[in-house]
Design a binder for this molecule. Structure first.
Ligand code: ZN
Length: 165
């Protein structure tokens, strides 16, 4: 396994839509292992393919490890099945936008379906921080970053803050 370099915004690859994964090859297995290692090293709780230049629909997530409850998941071709009408706002950081957090409003609960590395189909409901995290990582697969959720004024202010670092 190896720690991969993480692309930083505004790398154009972070604005691209990723391709579905059609086959779970040894390369995909290796990519998933490298992405987990990269996420833990960063340190972060989620990492999506395009953040390491892999333009495929894959992300890894572990929302509990920083609290001593590791629960790593590898999601291939993830999709939301249900989203709640209730919304929640979380302060979201991003390993590709270091040093800047944005308050983003999203559905408070979501149900996601994905394929695991073993080829199995998984369905799970997420709420709280984990719900924000899966939606954040899903966004990356469609070329969307936190800035894209903001109004022009807030977006410009945060981008200025990002570049001023
Ligand atoms: Zn991110």
């Amino acid at each position: 396994m190896s720690v991969l370099p993480i692309l930083k915004w505004p790398d154009p690859r972070l604005a691209e839509t990723c391709s579905p994964i059609t086959q779970i090859t040894p390369e995909i297995e290796r990519l998933a292992a490298d992405m987990l290692e990269t996420m833990y090293a960063a340190p972060g709780r989620g990492l999506a393919g395009p953040q390491v230049g892999a333009m495929q629909r894959i992300f890894v997530m572990d929302t509990g490890w920083k609290e001593g409850k590791p629960d790593p998941i590898v999601c291939l071709n993830p999709m939301l099945q249900e989203v709640s009408e209730e919304r929640a706002t979380n302060s979201e950081g991003c390993l590709s936008i270091p040093g800047v957090a944005a308050d983003i409003s999203r559905p408070a609960q979501v149900q996601m379906v994905w394929t695991g590395l073993n080829g199995g189909r998984y369905v799970q409901s997420f709420e709280g921080f984990a719900a924000a995290c899966v939606q954040h990582e899903l966004d990356h697969l469609d070329g969307v970053v936190t800035f894209d959720h903001l109004g022009a004024d807030e977006r410009n202010a945060l981008i200025a803050e990002y570049h001023a670092q």
